[in-house]
Design a protein around this ligand. Sequence first.
Ligand code: NJP
Length: 232
Amino acid sequence: MTRTAVVTGASRGLGAAIARVLAEEGFALALGARDTAELDTLAGTIGDEVLVHRLDVTDPASVAGFRSAALAAYGRVDLVVANAGIGAFGPIVGFDPATFDQLFAVNVRGLWATLAAFAADLEAAPTRGLAVVVSSDVSTRVFPGGGPYVATKFAARALARTFQQEHPSLRVCELRPGATATHFAGNHPDRRGEGQLRADDVADALRVALSAPDHVRVEELVVRAAGQVPDY
Ligand code: NJP
């Protein structure tokens, strides 16, 4: 039977690139994001077994609806890619409170809601369930102007690791991209600097975790552009 993957934040950027890799690897897909027009366009280019569903990870009912749609279509979930995320940067003093709340609503509460919604399905999967948490290379380091965003990614790492401890039969992989040319934080994929990855570079790295046999857990993948000055 075909393995099934769900991807949050699949309408563009890393989520869309990961969806393409998963389709190549033979997964049936359920793709979620708020922009269903972009999802439809993507689905039309990557294969036949692709379900698209409007998803806002900040809304528990929306996450539940996404799960129901995936299960109705495929009856199983082998892989969850919790990728939906937003970025905003600025010093702690003067940071906009509404933006602060939105960062945590999407990057932390949305991640929690996604993992919680699909935990039992991953445990019931015929293969050893895999949860991929897209955090960041800044899930273990800080920099001035990164405060609130970086805090969400430290939190994402904490949730990923706790989820692994609470579900030892599953495999949790924290995917930690460095700067990547996407629409993230008002950037544009066409403006890729030397210190930036392509979304495809990050998605390709995930193949290591996807191809690992059931008894192997790839816990963490950190991917940075060779042109990025290392800052550990
Ligand atoms: O960004 P972008 P990336 N509910 O803006 C979706 C992390 N990361 O691909 O809802 C559901 O091109 C949005 O869809 P839509 C980053 O923190 C990146 O770079 O239609 N989905 C879109 O598909 C994030 O966790 C860099 O607007 C929601 C997607 O999220 C992940 O990579 C570096 C949503 C964002 O696509 C993907 O970001 C790094 C919601 N409420 C970590 N809100 C980097 N690019 O440099 C947004 O270290 N989305």
